[in-house]
Design a protein around this ligand. Sequence first.
Ligand SMILES: O=C(O)C(=O)C[C@H](O)[C@H](O)COP(=O)(O)O
Length: 223
Amino acid sequence: MARFSKLQVLNTISQNGIVPVFYHQDAATCKKILKAVYDGGVRIFEFTNRGDGAHKVFEELLAYAQASLPEMILGIGSVVDAGTTSLYIQLGANFVVSPIVNAEMAATCNRRKIPWMPGCGSLTEISYSETLGADIVKIFPAQQVGGPEFIKAVKAPCPWSSIMPTGGVQPTAENLKQWLDAGAHCVGLGSQLFVKNNDGSFDYDAIQKAAQLSVETFKNHKK
Ligand SMILES: O=C(O)C(=O)C[C@H](O)[C@H](O)COP(=O)(O)O
């Protein structure tokens, strides 16, 4: 069962603002990534359901976070159906993110009071998701859908929408400011956060620093 209530998850997202989006098949690598962003101040993390054994890695990450990173709220992403949603809720996912809008997933999450963040690319999808109970909608793929200008345009007629752009967001003060100025509620940060060394291994120090800069940029923007 989820360790954090829906309210705790939503509050942490609005205070922390940075949602790393990551998948790796190796649990040890995932733990090091999780620790690096946690040390950088991140308290929300989306692990993506990208491989056949992803649920086993996720279970290990949940246990690790509970034991060693107690404030870290772990959710699952890249989920596109209700069956997979149930599996991850049963394992203890604290929120569920999707690249699409799926009403059965919404019902499954709502039944257990788990925040559900569907992937939207139009105002109609955003609006439909909100009628299905989404508190935060993901815009995916955010840069391709229209970038910060798209969010600004959506927020004009729908200022109540809480939007999480994901896809193409960069962990720099300049780029984060563009999304936040446009009205983003929080941002999903993928590949650009997970800096690599020349040999292809992850640069955990650089990842921690990029996470810290992103969290601080978000906090300063809210002031
Ligand atoms: O699987 C999902 O549900 C996703 O969110 C897709 C990607 O992981 C993000 O779009 C990250 O995109 P980048 O930040 O551009 O690397």
